[in-house]
Design a binder for this molecule. Structure first.
Ligand SMILES: NC(=O)c1ccc[n+]([C@@H]2O[C@H](COP(=O)([O-])OP(=O)(O)OC[C@H]3O[C@@H](n4cnc5c(N)ncnc54)[C@H](OP(=O)(O)O)[C@@H]3O)[C@@H](O)[C@H]2O)c1
Length: 338
């Protein structure tokens, strides 16, 4: 893949399973927080699945659209858009009803010093949204950050492990889940808590950050020596398919790739492909932020894009000087300070 157009097309290729699942889901799909890294490709994936399946559904994307280009791009793809600041309750209440809600709005960076805002965004707003959309089914984007760091040999935290979030961002993510769950139980709203760990495409993510370090000859920090990654297209597929898995009380699902990825291995692979030497800094810790996503693989099958395919695509992209976003993951952070 060499161009943004090719990348976007790949991200928006629906599987037969997604088309099949969406046939059994009644009503339109409303995506709250569509304007970020994942929302545009999720919306376009939904549109393509609906077209290919001959389904009668609208996809409506809601965001502030800080980036007007994103809005134009979505409209061009057949996604209806509504500009809305969800924290403005009048604007929220004016949004249309919809049977299906993908809740993707959130805030992570700049947390330190603005803790009040993070809590309003990640834990108060969910209550307003859960009240407004009590008659819908809701897929709640959450994070693997709700878990404590796990021993690297453990295979990662599974859904039965009690959350123990490190730092206020991660705590507010658990707050988001708990507040949604409270209103789900109050109103009988079916939901899934979608605990995602590090979606990637070529423009952002853990693999891009490693590839850039290797390409630019900067040291790779091994202190957070392991991570989980998943191709954004696969994560978006699973998120949409979760509309068939919404239950009350809410289900919880970890979503990421099957590997406990060694950062040393990934950096080494980039170096080999790029003809570079890696400079490592520090040593692997005994723990890392890791999720065990076996249940999601049982539900939906393994991701379609393998780890080595992601490494190959990201490596080629970086060497070709492809467009990247300045949206670092800070996956190395062990104290939860974002
Ligand atoms: N990407 C990952 O690897 C990852 C991992 C774990 C969890 N997650 C979670 O999954 C969700 C989607 O991920 P993402 O990477 O696409 O997140 P993202 O890039 O932060 O996108 C979320 C979008 O929500 C919109 N938004 C924020 N505040 C809003 C408000 N007050 N009103 C309306 N829209 C608002 C913003 O777009 P506008 O500026 O246009 O409003 C923002 O770009 C997020 O909740 C994230 O926390 C993602």
């Amino acid at each position: 893949m060499k161009t943004i157009a090719e990348l976007e097309a790949k991200l928006a290729e629906p599987s037969a399973d997604l088309i099949h699942d969406l046939k059994s889901v009644d009503g339109d799909i409303l995506i709250l927080g569509v304007g970020g890294k994942m929302g545009p490709s999720l919306a376009k994936l939904a549109i393509n699945a609906i077209r290919e399946g001959g389904l009668n559904k609208r996809v409506i994307g809601v965001s502030r659209f800080s980036d007007e280009g994103t809005r134009r791009d979505l409209e061009g793809a057949g996604v209806e858009t509504i500009s809305c600041d969800l924290l403005n309750d009048r604007e929220l209440q004016n949004l249309p009803e919809s049977r299906n809600i993908m809740y993707m709005a959130g805030n992570k960076f700049g947390t330190t010093g603005r803790e009040h805002f993070i809590w309003a965004m990640n834990a108060y707003l969910p209550g307003r949204v859960a009240e407004k959309y009590r008659n819908s089914r809701i897929v709640v984007f959450s994070s693997g950050n709700v878990y404590p760091l796990s021993p690297v040999g453990s295979g990662g935290a599974h859904e039965g492990i009690a959350p123990a979030p490190v730092g206020e961002y991660a705590q507010s993510c658990l707050g988001r889940e708990r507040v949604f769950e409270y209103f789900a139980r109050l109103h009988g709203t079916p939901m899934v808590m979608f605990r995602l760990n590090y979606a990637i495409d070529m423009r952002y993510g853990v693999l891009l950050e490693l590839a850039k370090s290797v390409w630019e000859g900067r040291p790779v920090d091994l202190t957070m020596g392991h991570a989980n990654v998943i191709w954004q297209g696969d994560a978006n597929e699973m998120a949409l398919r979760c509309l068939t898995k919404c239950t009350n009380p809410p289900s919880v699902i970890n979503v990421t790739g099957p590997e406990t990825l060694s950062i040393r291995f990934a950096a080494g692979e980039f170096a080999r492909r790029m003809g570079k030497e890696v400079i490592f800094h520090g040593l692997e810790s005994e723990t890392a932020l890791l999720s065990n996503a076996s249940r999601s693989h049982q539900w939906f099958g393994y991701p379609r894009v393998s780890l080595l395919k992601m490494i190959e695509w990201v490596s080629d992209w970086v060497q070709a000087g492809g467009v990247i976003w300045n949206k670092p993951t800070h996956f190395q952070e062990r104290e939860g300070k974002f």
